[in-house]
Design a protein around this ligand. Structure first.
Ligand code: AQP
Length: 331
């Protein structure tokens, strides 16, 4: 059974882009593999933030993930900063990562262009990500398409470290993509992203979702109600493909092409499909919020399990690199 690792930043609420691109896959995979999932809070501090907000968002992310279907009996869920070996291995990987590779990362260039002053942590983000995965020697990483380039770099880091110190010690992790690998934001301009404010949160009420869906961008050819459209170019159609059953998806496509429906009717049907899937998740989240001790227990047990694996990896890494172990010094 191959080991799977994936993470999500607590930089905002869990949105349907994260859910469809990654988390729905995480839930499915926990029945087939040994899965380790992390709320990667060290990744969420590369911009300015309020400590209290981060604490709240980390907790909310745990609740959302458990509500979305992660089962602590089947997978391990933990918060990254509870396992300090992540940053320890990241430092080591910094010493085998070419600067040019980091500067070429699209996500870095994108985010750096939106920040007033860019911190080194933003540049080194993919190095920490490589450490997150390789600390557990995971070989498969379920992610959205935006993370494919970072994973290429993780493989490069594994190769470079192995060539110098460890032959095949670290596996070269491969991405596991879903059919909904890239969900666009409601503005239709860029990928749905917490930091872009173009998201639908998985725990939002129907009213809040409708307030966002109603004005959302559709096929620009459908100016008037009677103008036929092309479903494939419409973001709403792609959301139908993610949330609606096959018969509804087909009906939606026909109604769009023949101008049988206006975009508002199409969006109303989408809202119904979304409610069918997200409604039970919202209910589970409310139950979990009422039992904070249960969430703490899950995260604590997850961190304990991960620390045991992480310590063992670091022991071997340090030995192969000639670094000192505490047990060695005190001996
Ligand atoms: N729009 C998307 N479509 C498909 N998959 C997506 N993912 C994110 N956005 C989309 C996938 O969700 C997982 C967790 O993402 P993350 O929070 O760790 O990082 P991110 O990609 O940076 O997410 P955001 O929402 O864009 O956050 P900010 O704005 O804070 O950077 C990943 O597997 C990602 O591929």
């Amino acid at each position: 059974m191959s080991r799977i690792f994936s993470g999500i930043q607590p930089s905002g609420e869990l949105h349907i882009g994260n859910y469809l691109g990654a988390v729905r896959n995480w839930v499915r995979l926990q029945d087939q593999h040994e899965c380790i999932y992390s709320i990667v809070d060290y990744h969420a501090i590369t911009g300015t933030y309020e400590p209290e907000d981060l604490r709240r968002r980390t907790r909310e992310m745990a609740i959302s993930l458990l509500a979305a279907g992660l089962d602590p009996e089947k997978c391990t869920l933990f918060v990254q900063s509870m396992v300090p070996e992540h940053t320890e291995l990241a430092w080591i990987f910094n010493t085998v990562t070419p600067l040019g590779e980091l500067e070429r990362q699209t996500q870095f260039k994108d985010k750096a262009s939106r920040q007033e002053s860019v911190m080194a942590g933003l540049l080194n983000y993919p190095v920490l990500q490589a450490a997150d995965i390789l600390l557990y020697r995971a070989s498969l990483v379920p992610v959205g398409e935006d993370q494919v380039q970072h994973l290429e770099l993780s493989r490069e880091i594994a190769r470079r470290w192995n060539a110098r110190f460890g032959e095949d010690f670290f596996p070269e992790p491969q991405p596991l993509l879903t059919p909904t690998r890239r969900i666009m934001g409601l503005d239709g301009q860029a990928k749905m992203s917490k930091s872009m404010g173009n998201t639908i949160g998985i725990l939002e009420t129907d009213e809040a979702i409708w307030a966002k869906l109603r004005p959302a961008v559709t096929d620009p050819a459908r100016v008037r109600r009677t103008d036929p459209g092309t479903p494939e170019v419409c973001n709403i159609y792609h959301l139908h493909r993610a949330f609606s059953d096959p018969a509804t998806v087909e009906h939606v496509a026909t109604q769009c092409r023949t101008a049988g429906w206006g975009c508002i009717e199409c969006k109303q049907v989408l809202l119904e499909s979304m409610t069918r899937e997200l409604g039970p998740i919202r209910e589970r989240a409310a139950e979990l919020r009422a039992r904070p001790e249960l969430v703490s227990e899950v995260l604590y047990a997850g961190a304990e399990r991960c620390r045991a694996i992480a310590r063992e990896t670091m022991r071997e890494v340090k030995e192969r690199m000639g670094l000192a172990e505490l047990s060695e010094v005190t001996r």
